[in-house]
Design a protein around this ligand. Structure first.
Ligand code: HPA
Length: 273
């Protein structure tokens, strides 16, 4: 993959630290899910502030570290925490690490997030395989001059969430006895949680879960020809589904509670992808 000039400094900084490791898969860990990185072996950790172009991750439960190591027989590059639009970053800053990983050789992306359940059949603690997304927010990480070395000007999004990897994920969930939900992720920029009327509207539009991340990174990865596998942990039911307010604490607690089962599923998927 030819490199674009502006990413070279970051690629150089990471390459120097990882001493010959060749990350095959980039994995982005969402709210409350950072501890999944602890499963990796023979790791090298790099704080984001030591990588030119990476921004600090200021969200709760996002550590702001890149962990490169072995997991499920694969060399993975794990983002222990991501950047969000609500932190004040532009979509090109949020997605910068995806392109760095791509230049470093990663051909696949696993994205995870905590999300509000919009589908009334879902329950807190469910894991949803992301089949597709809806983004009504106007900005795109691909806005501006296209970088042809990554991908085409008008990239296809029909298969943004790889059918092959979704099949693998279903098989893995069945084999380890994890109930896997499937659905459409709706991107809201936050940081405020949604109103009940917004949730009603996005449910009618076809969403099953709602969250404040993931979609910019998936767009960038799909543009660069990466195969994407995405999971949402349903950390709470979305606004208005239950008659109670939403809190960040319940989102974190759900991540902690799902740690083992989520970890087992990711590990199995990594082994087979
Ligand atoms: N809405 C938006 N983002 C979220 C939610 C939610 O209900 N839960 C976790 N992230």
């Amino acid at each position: 993959m030819p490199e674009h000039r502006i990413y070279q400094e970051s690629v150089k900084a990471v390459t120097e630290k990882i001493e010959g490791l060749k990350p095959e898969i980039l994995m982005i860990l969402g709210s409350g899910l950072s501890s999944l990185a602890d499963m990796a072996k023979d790791t090298v950790s790099i704080p984001y502030e030591e990588i030119p172009g990476f921004k600090a991750s200021t969200a709760p439960g996002h550590f702001g570290k890149l962990v490169i190591g072995t997991l499920g027989n694969k060399c993975v590059m794990i983002m222990q925490g991501r950047m969000h639009y609500y932190e004040g970053y532009g979509v090109e800053e949020i997605t910068y690490p995806v392109r760095v990983a791509r230049i470093l050789g990663a051909e696949k992306l696993i994205v995870t997030n905590a999300a509000g359940g919009v589908n009334g059949d879902f329950e807190v603690g469910d894991i949803m395989l992301i089949c597709d997304h809806i983004k009504l927010f106007g900005d795109s990480p691909l806005r501006g001059k296209n970088i042809d070395t990554f991908g085409v000007r008008f990239p296809d999004m029909t298969y943004a969430y790889s059918k092959r990897l979704r099949d693998i994920a279903r098989g893995c969930a069945e084999d380890i006895g994890v109930k896997l939900r499937e659905g459409v992720y709706f991107y809201m920029t936050g940081p405020q949680y949604e109103t009940p009327a917004e949730i009603n509207a996005i449910r009618i539009l076809g969403a099953d879960a709602v969250g404040m991340s993931t979609v910019p990174e998936v767009i960038c990865a799909a543009h660069a020809g990466m195969e994407v596998l995405g999971f949402s942990l349903i950390s709470n039911m979305a606004s208005g589904i239950l008659d109670k307010p939403l809190t960040c604490e319940e989102v974190m607690a759900a991540g902690e509670a799902a740690r083992e089962v989520f970890g087992a599923l990711i590990l199995k998927c990594l082994e087979r992808m």
